[in-house]
Design a protein around this ligand. Structure first.
Ligand SMILES: Cc1cc2nc3c(=O)[nH]c(=O)nc-3n(C[C@H](O)[C@H](O)[C@H](O)COP(=O)(O)O)c2cc1C
Length: 193
């Protein structure tokens, strides 16, 4: 398998596309690193959009969350996907854009189901500190999803982040020798595993 390094790249983008269709897919979430106060900061996000031709990946976030400000201050990001059963890892570098109240955000919002919109209705910004436990869910919505009308207010807090992937480091584990290669849009090279 993967005698040709281009096959690693094809497989990587294919699996990202599959993850959009399958909630249980291990590439459904990925780790994203931004820079906070000069230091790398990681978190899990849900993969929401993939364009294998344009090398873009997308996720959604609350405009009030620290990650959005971090991306606005330093758009260069790194991300990581790993599937343990397949021994397949993708590390990427890219440049992120936080879309707020534009066409990209509107399109992503329209595709967000009502329950998914509920988090954007939280009264306080995510990551705010509190001495007491707070669900940060509006009390009337604690046990249900908002209806369409109730969900509208969440749009003001909604951000669709699009990442332009610039390079990929793909690793496939195998007993007869791991395969690892690095890709940019116009070059590729094997990396010794
Ligand atoms: C499985 C999982 C999926 C998550 N998906 C998202 C996501 O798509 N967007 C997001 O902003 N936070 C997501 N989170 C929460 C972040 O990992 C993180 O805890 C939170 O956003 C911290 O905010 P900050 O990175 O802006 O400080 C997810 C967490 C988990 C465990």
């Amino acid at each position: 398998m993967y005698e040709n390094r281009e096959d690693l790249l094809i497989h990587a983008w294919h699996e990202c596309g599959e993850a959009l269709k399958d909630r249980g897919h291990l590439f459904r979430t990925f780790s994203l690193a931004t820079i906070r106060d000069g230091q790398p900061e990681l978190r899990t996000v849900v993969l929401r959009r993939v364009n294998a031709e344009r090398w873009t990946l997308g996720f959604n976030a609350d405009v009030r969350s620290p990650k959005v400000g971090e991306i606005q201050a330093e758009p260069r990001v790194s991300g990581l996907f790993y599937s343990q059963p397949h021994g397949f890892q993708i590390r990427f570098r890219g440049t992120a854009v936080a879309h707020h109240q534009d066409d990209v955000a509107q399109d992503a919002w329209d595709k967000t189901p009502l329950l998914g919109r509920r988090v954007y209705l939280s009264p306080a910004g995510p990551s705010e500190r509190s001495e007491i436990y707070q669900s940060n869910i509006p009390p009337e919505l604690i046990d249900r999803e908002p209806n369409e009308e109730e969900s509208v207010a969440g749009y003001a807090n909604f951000v669709a982040v699009e990442i332009q992937v610039e390079s990929l480091d793909i690793l496939s584990l195998a007993f007869d020798g791991n395969r690892r290669a690095e890709f940019t849009r116009d070059s590729s090279v094997w990396l010794l595993p």
